[in-house]
Design a protein around this ligand. Structure first.
Ligand SMILES: C[S@@+](CC[C@H](N)C(=O)[O-])C[C@H]1O[C@@H](n2cnc3c(N)ncnc32)[C@H](O)[C@@H]1O
Length: 385
């Protein structure tokens, strides 16, 4: 199989020439196109506006109003809210009538004070209203690998606890967008498997006012329906923390915790960037997060758009699941190096500033038991790629 550094190499220009048309993709595969530029402008250019009404899912993680500047830049306060709201009607036009817009955004804190900023929430509400959208469901994505932050209040003064989740809003122009939770079933926990196998449990009313029937848990539905708290299916329940035995069982069942952690340091994209001497995007989403919403809200062949693509996790996951994709990233270095997420053989076009070339193929000699023959100069070379 083709791979960067083994079969292909790439040279990426340090800067994009001024005056380059942002409406031509910087690279493409048969399924998708990556653009570099301001998505507010790009969404109004011909290639993207021609796709209006065709996108099944907008999945994105926009820059959020940080109180310290990160390398990819961001606005603050009311400026941020106004800027973010401008995307709502544009993205609404892009999606199909039963399409979805899913936005993941971290928490923000006020500068110099141990209190949270409500700008993110205000921005969401303004976005919802400006786009004429419904809030289908809110998700919390727990990230156990997040470093303690904000450092000043958590680690130094010890007056706040670790901020460990991001918020995800699933919005849609209709109250019933295309969705199927059967595509995101989780493996049953060992205790649920035992319950299905043995059929032994206590039916009857619960304090929560749910009535558990005699057959409620006997059917094997192929897996458990996940909750809207990603990663937290592996957190111990209150009961489980109370008894050592239950806690031990929880530890054994907690492998989902690892599945959402965004700590993979040796992934192909990172390796690619380091080999190219390029910065690795500092705010990459876990692939599992993209995968979850792709499976829940789209089918093979559907179009997925990420207008704040960063390292293009969305495009790469869409490609691997047979979805079409469109990505837009304003920063040339991040946009161009996202090519490292794709198999070089799948690339159909690249712009002049990205030059892909085959590496010389290795020459092997046929295996032989005759040492003399193998060293003879007229042995037939085998060319492999
Ligand atoms: C939180 S990051 C996205 C990370 C991405 N989900 C990933 O997995 O790599 C937000 C990105 O939006 C980009 N961005 C900010 N303003 C933009 C704009 N107007 N148009 C396009 N991209 C923009 C930033 O450069 C940054 O890379």
């Amino acid at each position: 199989m083709a791979s960067w550094g083994q079969t292909h190499k790439v040279e990426i220009a340090d800067v994009l020439p001024t005056g380059r048309r942002i409406s031509s993709p910087i690279f493409q595969t048969a399924l998708g196109s990556a653009y570099c530029g301001d998505s507010l402008r790009l969404l109004q250019t011909r290639p993207l506006s021609a796709r209006q009404g065709q996108v099944q899912l907008v999945f994105t993680s926009p820059p959020f109003p940080l109180n310290t500047k990160k390398s990819y830049g961001n606005l603050q306060g009311e400026d941020y809210i106004k800027w973010f709201a401008k995307f709502a009607p544009l993205l609404r036009k892009m999606v199909t009538d039963d399409g979805s817009i899913v936005i993941e955004i971290g928490n923000a804190w006020l500068p110099g004070e141990p209190v949270m900023s409500t700008h993110v929430l205000e921005a969401f509400l303004r976005f919802l209203k400006k786009g004429g959208l419904h809030l289908c469901q809110e998700f919390i994505w727990y990230n156990p690998a997040r470093l303690p932050s904000p450092v000043e209040w958590v680690n130094k003064e010890r007056i706040r606890v670790k901020d460990a989740f991001t918020r995800i809003w699933w919005m849609s122009p209709t109250t019933r967008p295309k969705a199927d939770n059967r595509n995101v079933l989780r493996e049953y926990s060992p205790s649920m498997k035992r319950l299905i196998e043995t059929g032994k449990y206590n039916p009857g009313p619960r304090p929560s006012q749910h009535l558990i029937g005699t057959d409620s848990f006997k059917a094997d539905n192929g897996g458990a329906i996940p909750s809207n708290v990603g990663g937290a299916e592996s957190l111990p329940t209150l009961d489980a923390t109370l008894t050592p035995k239950a806690f031990t069982r929880w530890i054994a069942e907690a492998d989902n915790l690892l599945k959402v952690a965004n700590t993979v340091s040796s992934d192909d994209y990172r390796t690619f960037c380091l080999a190219q001497g390029a910065p690795v995007h500092p705010a990459r989403m876990p692939r599992t997060l993209v995968e979850f919403f792709l499976r829940l809200l789209t089918d093979e062949g559907d179009v997925v758009l990420d207008p704040f693509a960063g390292s293009n996790t969305t495009g790469a996951v869409a490609e691997s699941f047979g979805r079409q994709w469109i990505s837009v990233e304003a920063d040339w270095i991040y946009a161009a190096h996202s090519i490292g997420r794709f198999n070089p053989d799948t690339l159909t076009t690249t712009c002049d500033e990205i030059a892909v070339a085959d590496l010389p193929r290795h020459i092997n000699y046929p295996a032989t038991h005759d040492a003399a023959a193998s060293s003879s100069s007229d042995a037939t070379p085998l060319v492999t790629s």
